[in-house]
Design a protein around this ligand. Sequence first.
Ligand SMILES: Nc1ncnc2c1ncn2[C@@H]1O[C@H](COP(=O)(O)OP(=O)(O)OP(=O)(O)O)[C@@H](O)[C@H]1O
Ligand SMILES: [Mg+2]
Length: 261
Amino acid sequence: MPAPIIEVDRVSKSFGPLRVLEELSFTVAPGEKLALIGPSGSGKTTILRILMTLETINSGHIKVDGEYLFHMPKNGGLAPADERHLHRMRAKIGMVFQLFNLFPHKSVLDNVTLAPILTKGVAKADAERQAMELLDMVGLADKAKAMPAQLSGGQKQRVAIARALALQPKIMLFDEVTSALDPELVEEVLNVMRRLAEETDMTMLLVTHEMGFAHDFADRVLFFDRGSIVEEGPPDEIFTNPKEERTQAFLKKIIAAGQRV
Ligand SMILES: Nc1ncnc2c1ncn2[C@@H]1O[C@H](COP(=O)(O)OP(=O)(O)OP(=O)(O)O)[C@@H](O)[C@H]1O
Ligand SMILES: [Mg+2]
């Protein structure tokens, strides 16, 4: 077994009086494709936002790529991470959200090249060459000069994926990237993610309500409820033979709503 690329160790998180993560622990192997499923409010988005350092934690530890995320070694012990440490750690992880958050006044190409040029000092010509390769990968090379407002939701979301990939993260986080899309646009975005999963060795964490896709995509599924993991295992086990009552009840509801699992 290779060393995990992500280690979440007894992490708790509250918003005011509301306990959202309850001593949450899991690890992710390098290159693993992980699906996070579970009821609304169970803490799935919160743990992704914590990994992106968009939220802090109240207790516990997280390691990413062998280093503490919120702590750094100091005088033989651990001290809270400073902004420089957080900045360096953030570069390891890319994220795509439910709502496309492209820069509205920048072209598709500029949306993809801006961060590499500004945050990594990549030369413009190199950034553009790489961006064109990524846009080609997501099937949008012909839209490089378009503005976001001229794109469909599915196209915007594919640009958002290309933009996150442009920073060459080791880990990609996807939070319900298709749930704001019209049904006919969902498949084109899922296809891009399928290709990424098949053709790269990137570590991918996916939060989704599309159980059929989670089943095809994931090496392992984590079922969240009330801020901790109730059950985990390979998709064939979780979806066809769940052991825990809460997992069974959750999947029963999904199937009753007409979804393929
Ligand atoms: N910034 C915040 N301030 C206060 N409460 C928050 C905040 N962010 C999330 N919460 C609460 O934390 C809980 C977990 O939210 P989270 O977004 O992680 O759930 P989720 O599993 O992603 O749900 P969904 O499937 O609906 O997206 C919810 O009760 C939510 O209302
Ligand atoms: Mg969520």
